[in-house]
Design a protein around this ligand. Sequence first.
Ligand code: HEM
Length: 120
Amino acid sequence: MAIEVYKILHFMGIFMLFLSIGGLLTTAINMETDARRWRKALAITHGVGLLLILLGGFGMLARLGILWPMPGWVLIKLIIWVMLGGLIALVLQSDLSKILWILVIVLGVIAAYLGTMKPF
Ligand code: HEM
């Protein structure tokens, strides 16, 4: 297989690992209670993560000399970034949890693919 395929599989594994660790930690913290503890810490981690993605992403674009016109793969990554940001408003609706769990991984893999291949 091409090295890019291995790289994207590698990223997919990392996204799944971190997603599951987050889920397990929160489950442990909330065990035997129906409280939704750690919401603030989760929200802060989510927000700081989003900020760093943008800082790193635009920093790399500047170093790569890509600023304007913005290529299609960057625009789609920005849309994915907005979706992963807006998702925090939906996560506590338990009927959506299963779909969102999969969606987070799928969006992560699409973003990794776009960053690796820059297809358009
Ligand atoms: C949550 C969304 C995002 C995820 C999961 C993500 C993931 C990744 C990954 C895994 C790579 C590595 C690709 C490689 O080294 O081959 C990458 C590279 C990159 N990403 Fe993102 N990204 C996201 C959002 C963004 C955004 C919003 C921007 C721009 C504002 C951006 C700009 C870039 C750039 C410029 C590269 C470097 C490409 C290169 O090294 O040539 N990313 N991204």
